[in-house]
Design a protein around this ligand. Structure first.
Ligand SMILES: Cc1cc2nc3c(=O)[nH]c(=O)nc-3n(C[C@H](O)[C@H](O)[C@H](O)COP(=O)(O)OP(=O)(O)OC[C@H]3O[C@@H](n4cnc5c(N)ncnc54)[C@H](O)[C@@H]3O)c2cc1C
Length: 488
C-alpha cells in the first residue's frame, strides 16, 4: 500500500507517522521547505485546553488528552512549563465561573493561585489581578517536533520530498492512481493507492485542483517576539479568546499573540506596524511595562480553519476542531482524503483519525500505534566541551559552532536551522546569518538564507521603534558592508 501525503506541516507529518507505523509506504511532498506553512509560524503553545473550555469544549478535551500524551511520547519537543489564566478586576466573573465548571466537567485540571504568590513569581504582571488559576499548559517546540517526525518516518522507510509541489491527480476510473509533482527532482509521477490533502491553509486550493469545493477559511494572526525569557510560564487572560491575550515563553524569548483576521489568501501576510502597535497596547493590559521590552520582530501565521457549513463572517467563532474527509464517500473520488483544521497540539490525533478512516476505506488491517510509539530525537547537538575542537563560534545566542553545522545531516538550510537552532535566538540572525551565509555560499544554501533574512527584515520593520530601530540600522549596515547589499 502506497500513500502520498501533500504538505509537510504538523498535520501532514502526523498523518505520515500514523500511516508509517501501520506498515504503509508513505511519500510526503512539500512545496517549500519543512515548517514553511503555519506549523513554523505559531505561538508554540502546547494547549492544556484552557483557552477553549467555554467556547470549544470538544477541542479543549482533545487538546488536554494530547498534551498529556505528547509529554510522554515526544518529550524532547515538549516543555511542561505550566500556565496561568489571569482574571483582572472588571473582567466578566460569569465567564470565570463557566470556565471553572467546564474544566471540572471536561476533566482539565486547574487550581487557584494566590495573587500575592503570582505577583511574586511574575512581578511584571499588572497589579489589577483579581484571581488566577494554574493549568497544565506547556510549550511545543514546533521546529524540533517537525525534525523528529521526519527522522521517525524516514527511519521506518517512508520519505519526504521537500521543494516538491503536487500539481495534479492521476486517476484510474474513479480511483486515485498517482500524483503528478514537480520541483527539485523535476516532473514525475508518484504512483499510489491513496492521497491525503494536508495542505493546511492551501487545502482549498489543492481540493480545487481535484475538482472539489472545500471551505477552508484562512485567517491570519500576528505575533510579536520579545528578547529575553522574562517569564517561565504561559500567561493567558481569563476571558473569551481575543486578541493580545497570551504570552508564551519559548526558549530564550517570549511570544505575545495574537490577532485573528479573515483573509482570502493562504499566504502569511507581512506584519503591519499599526497592528503591532495595537497588539502592544492589548499586551500592556497584562504587562503594563511592555513598552520597555525589546521587540525582536513580528511574524504572522495563517489558520487553516474549516467551516463545513460554509464560510462565516467571524473567524473567532469557527471551531478549532478538525475534520477528516473521505472524498470517496462524499464525492466519488476513491482513495482521496483531506484532513482540515485542528491545532498543532492535536497533530497526532489528526493522524490517527485519518489512519482509521483510510484503513477502513482501503481494507488495511493494522491498528494505529501512534499512541504508544515514542517519537525520538536522533540528531542531538553535542555540548561543546572544548570550544577549539568545535571550530569557530558562529551563533552566540544559541552557541552554535562550525562543527554543529558539519555534523548536521540536514539536506536543506531550513533543516539545519532546526537541528542547530542558529539564527533563532535573540539576535534573530543579525550576526550569525551573515557568518553562516559566508561559509555556506559554497554549498549552495545562500538563496535560502537570503530569503530568511528578507522575511526577518519585514518582521523587524513592523516593530521598528526603540532598540529595534537601532537593530534595523545595524543589520542593514552589516549587509551592506559584508555582503555588498544595498542599504534599503
Ligand atoms: C497565529 C497562529 C497561532 C497558533 N498558535 C498555536 C499554538 O500556540 N498551539 C497550537 O497547538 N496551534 C496553534 N496554531 C494552529 C497550528 O499552528 C496549525 O493548526 C497547524 O500548524 C497547521 O498545520 P498544517 O500542517 O495543517 O498546515 P501547514 O503547517 O501550513 O502545512 C501545510 C503545508 O502544505 C504545503 N503545501 C501547500 N500546497 C502544496 C502542494 N500543492 N504540494 C505540496 N505541498 C503543499 C505548504 O507549503 C505547507 O508547508 C496557531 C495558528 C496560528 C495561525
Amino acid at each position: 500500500m502506497r500513500v502520498v501525503v501533500i504538505g509537510a506541516g504538523a498535520t501532514g507529518l502526523g498523518v505520515a507517522w500514523d500511516l508509517t507505523l501501520r506498515g504503509i509506504d508513505v511519500t510526503v511532498v512539500e512545496a517549500r521547505e519543512l515548517g514553511a506553512g503555519t506549523s513554523g509560524r505559531f505561538h508554540g503553545l502546547l494547549h492544556s485546553g484552557g483557552r477553549y473550555l467555554v467556547t470549544d469544549p470538544s477541542a479543549a478535551k482533545e487538546c488536554y488528552s494530547e498534551n498529556m500524551l505528547l509529554r510522554r511520547i515526544a518529550c524532547d519537543a515538549v516543555v511542561a512549563t505550566g500556565g496561568y489564566f489571569v482574571k483582572k478586576f472588571g473582567d466578566d466573573s460569569t465567564f470565570e465561573s463557566r470556565w471553572l465548571s467546564q474544566a471540572e466537567e471536561l476533566g482539565v485540571p486547574t487550581h487557584p493561585v494566590k495573587v500575592a504568590e503570582l505577583v511574586d513569581e511574575l512581578p511584571m504582571l499588572t497589579r489589577d489581578v483579581q484571581r488566577a488559576h494554574w493549568v497544565p499548559d506547556g510549550v511545543l517546540e514546533g521546529f524540533t517536533m517537525l525534525s523528529m517526525l521526519v527522522q521517525a518516518i524516514e527511519s521506518r522507510g517512508s520519505r519526504l520530498f521537500d521543494h516538491t509541489k503536487a500539481i495534479r491527480l492521476r486517476l484510474d476510473g474513479d480511483r486515485v492512481s498517482g500524483v503528478e509533482v514537480e520541483g527539485v527532482g523535476g516532473y514525475r509521477v508518484l504512483e499510489c493507492d491513496a492521497v491525503v490533502n494536508t495542505a493546511g491553509p492551501w487545502a482549498g486550493i489543492v481540493a480545487r485542483d481535484w475538482g472539489l469545493d472545500i471551505k477552508v477559511q484562512p485567517s491570519y494572526g500576528l505575533m510579536l517576539i520579545f528578547a529575553n525569557r522574562r517569564m517561565n510560564k504561559v500567561v493567558n487572560r481569563l476571558k473569551p479568546p481575543g486578541d493580545g491575550d497570551i504570552f508564551v515563553p519559548h526558549r530564550e524569548v517570549v511570544i505575545l499573540g495574537t490577532t485573528d483576521v479573515a483573509q482570502g489568501l493562504p499566504d502569511a501576510p507581512e506584519p503591519r506596524r499599526a497592528e503591532a502597535i495595537r497588539l502592544m497596547e492589548l499586551g500592556a493590559e497584562l504587562v503594563p511595562d511592555l513598552g520597555s521590552w525589546r521587540v525582536l520582530r513580528g511574524f504572522t501565521g495563517v489558520r487553516p480553519l474549516y467551516e463545513p457549513s460554509g464560510v462565516t463572517g467571524d473567524s473567532r467563532t469557527v471551531s478549532r476542531d478538525f475534520a477528516v474527509l473521505d472524498h470517496g464517500e462524499t464525492d466519488g473520488l476513491n482513495g482521496a482524503f483531506s484532513v482540515l483544521g485542528g491545532k498543532w497540539t492535536t497533530f497526532r490525533l489528526m493522524g490517527e483519525a485519518l489512519g482509521e478512516r483510510l484503513a477502513k476505506a482501503l481494507n488495511v488491517d493494522s491498528p494505529s500505534l501512534s499512541r504508544e510509539v515514542a517519537i525520538e530525537r536522533r540528531h542531538v547537538r553535542s555540548v561543546p566541551s572544548a570550544p577549539k575542537a568545535r571550530g569557530a563560534l558562529l551563533c552566540e545566542c544559541e552557541q552554535v559552532y562550525e562543527a554543529d553545522l558539519d555534523e548536521s545531516t540536514a539536506t536543506s538550510q531550513m533543516q539545519r536551522r532546526f537541528d542547530t537552532w542558529f539564527a533563532m535566538g535573540p539576535c534573530q540572525g543579525t550576526f550569525c546569518a551573515h557568518r553562516v551565509l559566508g561559509r555556506e555560499r559554497a554549498v549552495g544554501f545562500a538563496d535560502e538564507l537570503s530569503s530568511l533574512r528578507r522575511e526577518r527584515e519585514h518582521g523587524l520593520n513592523a516593530v521598528g521603534w526603540g532598540a529595534s530601530a537601532r537593530l534595523i540600522a545595524l543589520e542593514q549596515s552589516i549587509a551592506a558592508q559584508s555582503l555588498g547589499e544595498d542599504a534599503r
